[in-house]
Design a protein around this ligand. Structure first.
Ligand code: MAN
Length: 526
């Protein structure tokens, strides 16, 4: 009995709701546009058509319709929607589960009619602020739309220019291709002639090299024999341990004396060696020490080359002690840089001499060299044109907005500074993070595509495939694009590690749609 009374009371209360400025009566929680679906006489049919119920069961705090349409003003249906009229401000739809839950959701307090909480109606105040904000947005939009139109015109013009440039470049490419083919032919011919002319000289060069090598070998042998004579102090035809010991330069460990052991290492562990063994085995071990002694050989001082690399190394481990010389400190190294260069010149063998060609042959070599150079140049020229074509074609297939309004952004970059980094946004190219403390850049992503949700894909850009994150994904950036009177990155955040979020304002994004529909809502219930 009590329940029936209560529901009757609720129903009466419900139908007494009037809309501001309108005589249309509607049940509680119903929007103006849906009022017609609730006739106060006869039956109510659930929106999904599944059921018809007496109208008295609408808003009786009992859920009859599966779609919740019979209980717009109570929290009886889990999927019901309560409409706040919010006269003076924006109307609002809230889940009907929030009706009478003790929290004021509607600015007019209509969702809390059971008295659990007392809500102040602040719709007028909120409406005023909202209208002021909307006014500002409308003004921004007005200026922005004008700018957008200009950008769009520039974008369309750019497209024309690019198309023109592309057809010019294609013509140039054809020309460059035929020049390259011609130069290739000339090069081939010149090289054939050159090759023939050089055949004779190649043979000559080989002979020359062989002779040179022979001469050097002989020189080395003479040197060795001379050294043998010097070392064989007692002239008995062998060099022995004692004779090696008498030469201070063989003191490998630099302890002031040449020990027997040290000496023996040069003699292949023998007591003495005759001239032949000396020439075949000992000389290559002894020579570096002799050269060092005479100042002809200087061990390199760079850290990259160890003594082992630059001197002949004995099977048994004899080698000149050059390690000390590599232990100079860096400063000294720098100071000595020039000196070293000079030394290098002195000690480096002169560059290999070449047999000189007769005048006629030299002329043919020069002609072939010139033909090669011209071919290389023609090839480079063609490649440059092909690259330009590729980049213009790429640019022409890019989506710069329905009216080319974003086209002028290509090729420009916009910076945003926070405490630690400069973030650089280069539309249609890349996003970067540059630490203020160094000039090294971190790539945060390469241009991928527009990624805004429908109906406005142009509201967001995606840049992905950036530098890999330590133990994580490749860096990527989402750039939210919104209307503003200038092109500017207005904020940067990293909501998840290595996932960046830029806000970018541009007149190119000033389109009527968004703001107009908002205004539509605003005026719906006023
Ligand atoms: C750098 C920056 C940061 C990023 C970390 C991840 O410090 O790129 O933005 O979060 O690397 O290791």
């Amino acid at each position: 009995m009590n329940l029936i009374k209560e529901s009757l009371f609720l129903n009466i209360f419900t139908i007494s709701v009037l809309t501001a400025g309108s005589e249309i009566i509607r049940p509680r929680g119903v929007s103006l546009s849906r009022a017609g679906l609730y006739a106060f006489e006869g039956n109510f049919t659930c929106f999904d058509g599944a059921k018809s119920i007496p109208f008295t069961q609408v808003n009786d705090d009992y859920c009859d319709c599966v779609d919740g349409s019979d209980e717009p003003g109570t929290s009886a249906c889990p999927n019901g929607i309560f409409h706040c009229v919010n006269a003076g401000h924006r109307p609002l739809n809230i889940p009907s589960s929030r009706v009478n839950d003790g929290v004021c959701d509607c600015c007019d307090g209509a969702d809390e009619y059971a008295g659990r909480v007392s809500c102040t109606n602040n719709c007028l105040e909120l409406g005023k602020t909202a209208r002021e904000e909307a006014q500002k947005q409308a003004e921004l939009l007005k200026v922005g739309k004008q700018l957008r139109q200009e950008l769009s015109q520039q974008g369309l013009k750019l497209k024309e220019v690019k198309n023109q440039k592309l057809s010019d470049l294609k013509r140039n490419r054809d020309e460059a291709e035929s020049i390259k083919a011609e130069k290739e032919q000339l090069k081939k011919q010149a090289e054939e002639v050159e090759e023939k002319a050089l055949e004779y000289y190649r043979e000559l060069e080989k002979e020359y090299k062989n002779k040179k090598a022979e001469k050097e070998a002989e020189k080395d042998r003479n040197e060795a024999m001379e050294e043998f004579k010097k070392l064989d102090i007692n002239q008995d035809g062998v060099v022995d341990v004692g004779e090696i010991q008498s030469r201070a330069s063989f003191d490998r460990d630099r302890n002031g004396e040449v020990s027997e052991e040290e000496a023996k290492l040069f003699l292949g562990s023998q007591e003495s060696v005759d001239l032949n063994t000396f020439l075949e085995k000992s000389w290559r071990l002894i020579k570096p020490f002799i050269m060092m002694d005479s100042g002809m050989y200087k061990p390199p001082v760079s850290n990259e080359q160890s003594g082992d690399d630059v001197v002949a190394q004995d099977d048994e481990g004899v080698e000149p002690e050059v390690a000390e010389a590599t232990e100079q400190d860096d400063d000294e190294d720098e100071e000595n840089e020039e000196e070293k260069e000079e030394e290098k010149e002195e000690t480096e063998p002169p560059t290999e001499e070449r047999v000189s060609y007769d005048e006629e042959t030299q002329k043919l070599v020069d002609e072939a060299t010139e033909a090669r150079n011209q071919f290389t140049q023609a090839d480079t020229n063609l490649r440059t044109i092909e690259n330009e074509i590729k980049s213009i074609e790429e640019s022409l297939t890019r989506d710069f907005g329905s009216e080319e309004e974003f086209a002028t952004l290509e090729g420009n970059c916009f910076d945003y500074e926070d405490r630690e980094y400069v973030y650089r946004f280069c539309p249609f190219d890349k996003t970067l993070q540059i630490p203020k403390s160094s000039s090294s850049e971190t790539r945060l992503g390469k241009w991928k595509s527009w990624s805004g949700p429908e109906p406005d894909p142009y509201s967001e850009m995606l840049y992905d495939g950036g530098q890999s994150c330590w133990n994580g994904p490749q860096r990527s950036t989402k750039v939210k694009v919104s209307c503003g009177t200038e092109n500017k990155v207005t904020s940067v955040a990293e909501p998840n590690r290595c996932e960046y979020h830029f806000d970018f304002s541009t007149p190119a994004a000033c389109r009527a749609k968004g703001a107009d529909s908002e205004n539509q809502d605003l005026h719906d219930e006023l």
